[in-house]
Design a protein. Sequence first.
Length: 226
Amino acid sequence: MALAKPSQLDECLGGRGQSSGSQDPSDDCIGRLKGVTVAAFAAAPPAPGKAVEKSLVREINELWGFDMLQLYKAPLPGYAGLLHQIVVLRMEGMDRDRSATGLGEATFLHLQYFPTDGLRFQKVTGPSDPPSSTLVKACHLTRVCGFRIADVLDDFMRREADYDTCICFAEAVVAACGLQSTFSFHLENAHEELQKLWYEELERQRKQQAAIATTAAGAALLCAVQ
């Protein structure tokens, strides 16, 4: 999985292929390398749904509201485990029965963030689990007005891709629905696991770059001797 260009790794992890001696990249290094992981997703299947655009944000902003949130976890391209987060919101209609028996007539909004494709959405009639996903938890809401979700969409439309943006986006939607305490344990664990895997990949690349530099230096010395 490609995370960073060799020059970026050299600069952050010791300079010119030299290790800084630290097992983990420094905080400064992490800050400068954030966002370069998108290359790891280049070979991934096309992202589902459509890109979130201003027209959808306006539509959601004027929406009556949402009365259910479902959070799913799914495979994240380039990483082991179910670390990708998908938020599904049930649109609330003024004349629709809020009971469980009314699910079949409801419209569900699937939202997720991909490093290479940004924010994506799908509208689905009736309950439908996103492909290859596992439900974390479903929560009924005391109507969450559309503008709260629209604000989150507008914010993340402008953000640059980061290795953990899919989790940050889910956190923001959960917060807009007032459910931070319900999902905090799951999302914090997802952050920790993804960061651990990201650090491990950076270290793997550092060693790979050091090996390349050593091989090149040896070849140059051999040519000079000959």
